[in-house]
Ligand binder design. Structure first.
Ligand SMILES: *[C@@H]1O[C@H](CO)[C@@H](O)[C@H](O)[C@H]1NC(C)=O
Ligand SMILES: *[C@@H]1O[C@H](CO)[C@@H](O)[C@H](O)[C@H]1NC(C)=O
Length: 867
């Protein structure tokens, strides 16, 4: 928009005055001035279109159009360029060419075109100044499109960065007026006036940059001019923030928690720790390491410094250490660090078997131990923990024991039932401990428990009762039977002694019949039994063990005495008497088979031994009588005749059926007569002859017995005296030498029952020992004489010669010196008498044999005497 103002210019008005008017801020006018011979000044804005009117010189110079034509008015410029043309017809000045003030004047202001209008006829010169006014046709312009800065994030606030200048070829207000910067969060702008008069701007860092929050800042710098409308130019500013190591590494977690099996092998991954560093490049290169505070765990784990992988590097054992704490550090190249913890919890693996240890063990225990008796205390340990360390203990089934937990890890083994050593004397108690791990481990412990004996079993005889058979007439001391009892206990409790119980047998003590060997149970007969007195009897034998208190049992032993044929038959009838003669009378008229008499005999033996048979051994007339074999009846065989003698004598043998058999004879006198006086006359001499013989024999025997007795007594007396003397001498000698004399009295064998057999043997052994050849022991007599002198010094012993000197006196002399009767004479006298009597006896027997046909009685007597 332009305002046209008119000035009434006066001639001669100085250009300086006009210029000063132009200075007036309120006047923006285009002046059309007519200056005669002076100058006319016009102002036009630049860039007017061609043909635009600049000024009317007809008016301003006071010329008319004719004159212009006649004067051939034209424009004269010093340079050839004509921006302004002259329209002669109208007398106006118009824009002929585009006028660019910036081109014409650049920054010079004011900018004017100077030319002359020349008129001829008369020549007139009119100076025209056309001032070209600036219009805002140029915006501020930066030469570059973009500015790039690289600013370290460590740059401190206040740092300055100069920016490019903008250029605006307009002048005055239309030229560059100010800059603005956007955004202004980190930077502010400060305008400065350069030496050349152009404004420029500096960018000032207001707030520290942080690459980590914003790596690049985009800013726009705008330059404004003061025109209207206002124009502007922009330039991009790119700020690239350069990283500084201003960030420490940061671990992903403050604490890493890991669970790990204790049996993890070397090389097992534990955990990977990672730290981040917000910085960039080398500032973000991290190294991982354990810090020294990790202690012992350092040996078990290792860390990869690049990756942060932690692996197992040793043998882990839950039982030694349950958890570890590793302090890890991440360090960037700038030396900034962060630390974190890795807490590793080891998880138990069942790698330990339970262990059983015996704290106490009562062995053996008696069999009568009550149930719940404690046998053993055990301690069971498992190093594992949790279920892996929980242990259960058990005992093999079928054993009379149980196991109980008394306190944690402590167990007691007790009996569960009553025990019986006789059934099972030893137990192997196997205790199994098993943990609850999976798979589980177990351990065994075997206790060998011995059961000690208690005397709870009485001896038991092998049989309920015993029966022994003994032949009568046994020798005393013979073994009848052996009883045996057994005791289930052991040791002393099973050591059995046998005793005879003192009961009465037929009114006397059983011990008079029988003795029992305490050790062996042999039953011995104390004496010779007689079947005819006692056929059987019972005793009781007690077996007693050695326990405390002892237990016993008894058994009955029946002793049956067996018969021996030791008794000859005894004839009861007819009675045999020396004094009178009994005769059976057979009448001569007796028929055949007449029963004369019956021989009645008994045998106290029994059975076969008492089964008697009768035979006729001898008869005056053997054809006349016979004897019933079984019944002993004497009968006539034929008719008695007159020729038969009155006096008949029969000898009947009664024989038993024993083996060997025994017999008895009986003489039966039979008188065959019809009257008693006849009988009497016949029998008188018969008896006399017999009596005489018997009496003679009796006296003879008596004499022989007396002489024999005296003979034996003399021998014993002589021997005793001799022995006595010898003893006296010995004792005298010993006491004189002051040497000890130890008389030795062997024990008397009072025990006839045979239980003392040991004593017999013992005694015998002593004798044998003293009898040995080399011994210096002096013994002159068999043991039964019971003196042994010990020469313990072994130095002085009587030689045989010395002894002979002491003993030189004849034993007979000794006797004679004490007794007035000469012993020698008596001795020889007795001997002679003995032989004489013997001789006489033999001759008598011969005579008798001749007369009577022999008899055994004399032989028997001889035997008796000889013993
Ligand atoms: C107990 O064990 C031992 C040794 O193994 C063996 O000799 C013995 O016979 C066993 N005892 C029992 C009663 O099984
Ligand atoms: C013998 O044993 C029985 C039981 O067998 C007993 O009753 C009796 O008393 C015992 N006799 C003696 C004398 O001990």
């Amino acid at each position: 928009m332009s305002v046209l103002c008119c000035f009434y210019a006066q001639r001669g008005a100085s250009s300086t005055r006009i210029s000063s008017w132009l200075m007036e801020p309120l006047v923006l006018c285009v002046f059309v001035m007519t200056v005669a011979r002076g100058q006319v000044r016009y102002s036009i804005p630049e860039e007017m279109t061609r043909g635009s009117l600049v000024g009317n010189i007809v008016q301003d110079l006071g010329l008319d159009v004719k004159r212009l034509k006649s004067g051939r008015a034209r424009i004269f410029t010093e340079d050839s360029r004509e921006y302004i043309g002259l329209n002669v017809d109208k007398g106006t000045l118009v824009v002929k060419e585009r006028i660019d003030r910036e081109e014409l004047c650049a920054q010079v202001s004011p900018c004017s075109l100077h030319f002359q209008i020349i008129l001829e006829n008369p020549m007139e010169l009119h100076r025209i100044d056309v001032e070209i006014l600036d219009i805002n046709d140029n915006a501020p312009v930066f030469t570059r499109r973009e500015i790039q800065f690289q600013i370290s994030e460590s740059a401190t606030p206040g740092a300055k960065f100069s920016l490019d200048k903008a250029q605006d070829s307009d002048v005055g207000l239309n030229t560059l007026q100010k800059y603005t910067l956007n955004p202004t969060d980190h930077f502010s702008l400060k305008e400065q006036m350069g030496n050349d008069g152009f404004k420029y701007a500096e960018m000032i860092l207001q707030k520290t940059l942080d690459r980590e929050t914003q790596e690049e800042h985009k800013l726009i710098l705008t330059a404004f001019d003061g025109g209207s409308p206002q124009k502007s130019g922009t330039i991009k500013i790119s700020v690239l923030v350069i990283d500084a190591n201003d960030n420490a590494p940061v671990f992903g977690l403050p604490v890493y928690r890991v669970s790990l099996l204790e049996n993890s092998a070397k090389g097992t991954d534990v955990v990977s720790v990672t730290a981040t560093d917000k910085d960039k490049g080398t500032n973000a290169e991290l190294m991982y390491s354990f810090s020294q505070t990790s202690g012992k765990a350092l040996e078990l784990f290792s860390i990869d410094s690049q990756s942060g992988d932690i692996i197992v590097n040793g043998d882990l054992d839950f039982e030694k250490s349950k958890h570890f704490q590793l302090n890890v550090e991440a360090t960037d190249t700038g030396g900034l660090t962060d630390s974190s913890k890795v807490i590793i919890e080891l998880m138990d693996v069942n790698d330990n078997a339970p262990m059983i240890s015996v704290i106490s063990f009562s062995n053996p225990i008696p069999e009568d131990a009550a149930p719940e008796t404690a046998i053993a205390m055990l301690n069971v340990k498992d190093l594992d923990s949790g279920r892996n360390g929980q242990v259960k203990c058990s005992i093999a089934p079928n054993l009379p024991f149980k196991i109980q937990s008394s306190a944690s890890n402590f167990y007691s083994v007790t009996t569960d039932q009553l025990l019986d050593r006789e059934k099972i004397s030893e137990y192997n108690i196997t205790i199994t401990a098993i943990d609850e791990g999976s798979p589980s481990f177990s351990a065994n412990k075997t206790l060998t428990l011995k059961i000690s004996d208690v005397n709870d079993n009485a001896p038991v005889f092998q049989r309920q009762s015993y029966t022994a058979y003994v032949m009568e007439n046994n020798s005393p001391g013979v073994s009848v039977l052996s009883v045996k009892a057994h005791d289930k206990d052991s040791g002393n409790n099973a050591r059995i002694s046998y005793f005879l119980e003192d009961i009465l047998v037929n009114g006397v003590s059983a011990s008079t019949f029988i003795s029992v060997n305490t050790e062996s149970g042999d039953i011995l007969a104390v004496r010779s039994f007689d079947y005819e007195q006692t056929k059987e009897f019972s005793i009781r034998v007690k077996a007693q063990d050695g326990g405390n208190p002892p237990l016993s049992s008894n058994v009955s032993v029946k002793i049956i005495i067996q018969d021996q044929n030791d008794n000859a038959p005894q004839v009861l009838y007819p009675v045999q008497s020396g004094a009178s003669v009994v005769a059976e009378i057979v009448p001569r008229s007796a028929d055949v088979g007449y029963l004369v008499t019956k021989v009645v005999a008994v045998d106290v033996d029994s059975g076969q031994n008492a089964w008697l048979s009768y035979k006729l051994q001898k008869a005056t007339d053997s054809a006349l009588f016979e004897v019933g074999l079984q019944n002993g009846e004497i009968r006539t065989v034929r008719q008695v005749t007159d020729k038969d003698a009155v006096k008949q004598r029969l000898t009947v043998v009664v024989e038993d059926n024993g083996q060997p058999s025994r017999s008895a004879t009986v003489n039966v006198n039979v008188a065959v007569a019809d009257s008693f006086p006849e009988v009497l006359s016949e029998f008188t001499d018969f008896t006399h002859d017999k009596d005489y013989n018997d009496t003679l024999t009796f006296y003879l025997v008596l004499a022989l017995a007396v002489v024999s007795f005296l003979f034996i007594v003399s021998i014993i007396a002589i021997l005793s005296v001799k022995c006595y003397r010898w003893r006296r001498e010995r004792m005298f000698y010993k006491s004189g030498a002051n040497l000890p004399v130890i008389p030795y009295y062997p024990p008397l064998n009072a025990d006839v029952g045979g239980t003392g057999t040991l004593q017999h043997v013992y005694n015998y052994e002593i004798c044998r020992t003293t009898d040995s050849r080399k011994s210096d022991l002096k013994y002159g007599r068999p043991c039964s004489e019971s003196i042994i002198s010990l020469d313990s010094s072994g130095t002085q012993t009587l030689t045989r010669a010395q002894r002979a000197k002491l003993n030189n006196e004849d034993p007979f002399d000794q006797v004679s010196s004490r007794n007035p009767v000469n012993a020698k004479c008596i001795f020889w006298l007795q001997l002679m008498t003995f032989f004489l009597l013997l001789l006489y006896y033999f001759s008598l027997t011969k005579k008798k044999k001749k007369k009577r046909g022999g008899g055994g009685g004399g032989g028997f007597f001889f035997c008796v005497m000889f013993r």
